[in-house]
Design a protein around this ligand. Structure first.
Ligand SMILES: Nc1ncnc2c1ncn2[C@@H]1O[C@H](COP(=O)(O)OP(=O)(O)O)[C@@H](O)[C@H]1O
Ligand SMILES: [Mg+2]
Length: 545
């Protein structure tokens, strides 16, 4: 194979498209200690990508050497490889970019300024110039010499989206650096230096977005995670998720899997939680050097990492649930406001009227509401009870003791051949759930018991619904998921309904159960269990603000 072709193929492994040019150049700017990074694009990067920084710059020798393969100023011994702190370390990026485009480097280390022009990996000219300290790299006509790759570039809008994802990712790690992206003369992204991640997230997506996130902080041994994740029930129709391992942005597949599991019953179907997650662990537990563009990481113990992520997210949910339910428990002492008392007549002894709020009221036979310090707390009685039943059933299953209620009058089920088959296939699961079924002739079964927890429901309707659920989903789901689906169905059926009037005792019992149930933030389908309307929001409605 001719050397040129080998080089092109190798370059293609690192430079997949405009976004990877941006990624490599931004990494280099950050490694150079840049405080400000400015990215100028034409046509979503397809025509031109310029990355300009105010980092340390290069001297003339380095400005020329940097274009040679494996010339990196960042690794000195093999030992260094194990504790890489800089983003780049292979010395492959600049030569790879130069291989497939027209490149102009302008750099100065504050003492000497240099301009180097290249085409197809070959240096065309080296000039001495005078520029401020920093580096600017202009990359034009990407893939001009690789027609197939050039053709496979996507629309400018799509390429721009991928570039923005890259820039965002780096902006989440390098908080004290400002980032600006301009496309065809229009500013499309800007974030000033910040001291916290949440401020940066707010810069980009606004204050409503910020409110839909909760903090994540969790540690197990020498592995820790932190960041921000969706409040349960608050997701997007596409995954807005960023993962970092020891400060390095990765496309962790196992992260996605762990997150799906953590949010399984806390997010509606078709929605994805927002996740900004930073994992920190000892370098010997991870191998960053697995992929040429360093995007995938390999862990020594994937299972452990998944457990930490899942537990960490659940832990954040529990903290949120604890906080709110404690508020729902506080006794509020209300005293008349000072304005009122200033109207009192002289001579009349000022009486201090106090009253205490600590009870929920049912409204619309559907919601339980009460005042708390921050505003008005509203609980959805059905969603809450559904979650409580779901968790109790799940707990029973995992401990293999769902209590059964024997039916005084066993019910007879007439089933279609398909349904009959389903029941036979899942007889073990049904048994575990507390449904004791006995075959009684062709297509006929006798139901002898049902789950005690749902003892007030009509057994025939209950089992019919379970069979219906199994019929709908058994081909699509694994056993574990199928069980969860069935549990959701049972919980929904057995829960207090919208429209059920609750006695004060029933309400009290339900609220008590809420306080004890850590997972009661959403119902098992991912709808919120409670909503807090802040005084601020109420005051806005009344135009007091
Ligand atoms: N923006 C920049 N500022 C200062 N030096 C840079 C910049 N970009 C690249 N360099 C120098 O060029 C070298 C080669 O860069 P690159 O090919 O990305 O390899 P790596 O980042 O893996 O070292 C770097 O090691 C660094 O010395
Ligand atoms: Mg680099």
């Amino acid at each position: 194979m001719p050397e040129e072709v080998v080089k092109l193929i190798a370059a293609g492994e690192v430079i997949i498209g405009p976004f990877s040019v941006v990624k490599e150049l931004v990494e280099n700017s950050l490694d150079a200690g840049a405080r400000n990074i400015y990215i100028k694009l034409k046509d979503g990067g397809k025509k031109e990508i310029t990355v300009k920084d105010d980092g340390c710059g290069m001297d003339r020798e380095d400005a020329v050497l940097a274009w040679e393969r494996y010339s990196t100023s960042k690794i000195f011994t093999t030992q260094d490889l194990l504790k890489i702190s800089s983003l780049g370390f292979r010395g492959e990026a600049l030569p790879s970019i130069a291989q497939v485009a027209l490149v102009t480097l302008t750099t100065s280390n504050g003492e000497e300024g240099t301009k180097v022009k290249l085409k197809g990996g070959k240096i065309l000219s080296i000039e001495e110039i005078s520029v401020p300290k920093g580096t600017q790299i202009k990359v034009e006509e990407i893939f001009y010499n690789a027609p197939v790759r050039k053709k496979s570039l996507r629309s400018a809008g799509r390429e721009l989206r991928d570039i923005l994802e890259v820039v965002m990712a780096y902006s989440f790690v390098s908080l004290s650096t400002s980032f600006r992206v301009e496309n065809d003369g229009e500013e499309v992204f800007f974030t000033p230096p910040r001291s916290t991640l949440i401020e940066r997230l707010e810069d980009i997506w606004g204050s409503e977005f910020r409110k839909s996130l909760i903090p994540l902080e969790f540690k197990m041994g020498d592995i820790s995670i932190e960041g921000w994740v969706s409040r349960p029930g608050e997701g997007k129709s596409y995954p807005l998720q960023f993962f970092f391992v020891n400060g390095r942005w990765v496309k962790g597949k196992i992260f996605k899997k762990a997150i799906m599991e953590a949010y399984a019953s806390f997010m509606g179907k078709g929605y994805f939680p927002m996740v900004f997650l930073f994992l920190t662990l000892p370098t010997q537990e991870v191998d960053v050097n697995i992929h040429p563009s360093k995007e995938e990481v390999k862990f020594k113990d994937e299972g452990k990492i998944m457990r930490i992520i899942e537990n960490g997210i659940r832990n954040s949910f529990h903290k949120l649930q604890d906080e709110i339910s404690r508020k729902g428990e506080e006794k509020l002492t209300l005293t008349p406001s000072p304005i009122q008392s200033s109207f009192s007549f002289k001579g009349v002894a000022e009486k201090k009227v106090e009253y205490v709020v600590d009870e929920f009221t049912q409204v619309k036979k559907a919601y339980l509401i009460r005042e708390i310090e921050e505003g008005i707390l509203i609980i959805d009685q059905h969603a809450l009870h559904e979650r409580i039943l779901f968790e109790k059933l799940k707990d029973g299953i995992s401990k293999r003791k769902v209590e059964k209620k024997n039916l005084l009058f066993p019910v007879t089920l007439e089933l279609s051949p398909v349904e009959e088959k389903i029941i036979e296939e899942h007889s073990l699961m049904l048994e575990e759930l507390g449904f004791e079924l006995e075959k009684f002739g062709r297509h006929t079964f006798i139901l002898r018991s049902m789950p005690q927890l749902l003892g007030n429901e009509d057994p025939l309707l209950l089992i019919a619904e379970v069979v219906g659920k199994l019929k709908d989903s058994f081909r699509k789901l694994e056993v574990q998921e199928l069980m969860e689906e069935v549990l959701k169905t049972l919980a929904c059926r057995g829960a207090i309904k919208f429209g059920d009037r609750l006695s004060s005792q029933e309400m009290e019992r339900l609220i008590q159960a809420w306080r004890e149930e850590k997972e009661a933030i959403t119902c098992p389908h991912g709808r919120p269990v409670f909503v807090l309307i802040s005084w601020e929001e109420i005051e806005k409605r009344f135009q007091r603000r």
